[in-house]
Design a protein around this ligand. Structure first.
Ligand SMILES: [Zn+2]
Length: 317
């Protein structure tokens, strides 16, 4: 092959690859991020429906960005510094604009460990009060422990800059961002949602899962169900959760069914005096086996629901 053919082939390959971003040589992990357009100027990177592993570099989470006339706004910064850097490279291909704000939906580390990269680019980091309190400089993270030093790379923990008390509305360029904590305890004790009224797009973090199961360990089943009511009351065109690929107006249906079914079956079992030792044997929900992480998370969710619903019954007596 002569040189000009090689050059043309290279250009053709680059064009074919479209929106995929290649990591630079120094990056500890090539995330091969591919953005999906959700709405005009709204893009998301969708992570694998798995738990954190060295193989996926922690990329088991969704992260989105919104382009405005003035700047980008990022919703959840992803699992590592390298991930955020590669996401940013992607944005810069679309428009040469700064990232003004990074909004963290909650304190689980897969959603915010990219913060230190954006901070180095001058972004303001936003989170709820509880999320801010739970992000402590120097703390050990699940991500850091699982990935190990090499893959964790330059990832650092930095403080949140701005707290959302109840709600906060930002205008960036031509876009409005309405940020709210809808429920005091749902997936965690500090979940934020972000609504773009002009586009009817709603980002809800881990108040929504689809295609894989949630974990109720830091939250509340009743709060999670209440949060879904709030989410659905927006009648958004697109609802984007922290994990999973469904983003249309019905994206909450499967998750609501899962939580409602646990609640119903656990309450029934408690009525029949089924004890905590037997409850995971009693509440099997094989229909949800089609969802990823059923074997890993379902029994624990049933136990957590049992404890919470039992306390509620005690309160009523
Ligand atoms: Zn998550």
């Amino acid at each position: 092959m002569n040189k000009s053919i090689i050059k043309l082939t290279t250009i053709a390959i680059m064009l074919f690859m479209g929106t995929t971003v290649q990591a630079d040589n120094k990056s500890p992990f090539d995330y091969q991020l591919k953005a999906k357009k959700i709405s005009e100027n709204v893009y998301c990177f969708f992570g694998a429906l798995e738990t954190i592993s060295k193989k996926n570099g922690g990329n088991m989470v969704n992260s989105c960005y919104v382009q405005t006339k003035e700047a980008f706004v990022v919703i959840d910064s992803g699992p590592t510094f390298a991930y955020a850097k590669q996401a940013y490279a992607h944005m810069q291909k679309i428009a040469n604009l700064p990232v003004k704000y990074v909004i963290n939906t909650h304190d689980h580390d897969d959603h915010w460990l990219g913060n230190s990269f954006y901070k180095s680019k001058g972004a303001t980091l936003i989170a709820s009060k509880n999320c801010e309190e739970n992000i402590v400089v120097g703390m050990k993270t699940r991500m850091g422990t699982t990935l190990g030093k090499k893959l964790f790379g330059q990832t650092k923990i930095v403080k949140i800059d701005k707290i959302v008390d109840d709600n906060l509305t930002l205008t960036v360029g031509d876009e409005k961002f309405e940020i709210t904590q809808p429920i005091s305890i749902a997936h965690t004790n500090g979940d934020l949602i972000v609504y773009l009224p002009n586009k009817k797009v709603l980002f809800v973090g881990d108040l929504l899962f689809n295609g894989r199961l949630t974990s109720l360990r830091d939250g509340s089943i009743l709060g999670s169900l209440e949060a879904l009511d709030v989410i659905d009351s927006y009648h958004a065109k697109n609802i984007i959760g922290g994990h999973g690929y469904e983003t249309d107006e019905n994206a909450t249906a499967e998750f609501r069914q899962y939580l409602s079914e646990i609640k119903k079956q656990v309450l029934k079992a408690q009525d029949e005096d089924v004890g905590m030792e037997q409850i995971t044997q009693k509440v099997k929900m094989p229909y949800f086996k089609k969802n990823k992480l059923y074997d890993e998370l379902h029994n624990r969710n049933v136990l957590d629901a049992y404890k919470e619903l039992e306390m509620m019954e005690d309160d009523e007596e």
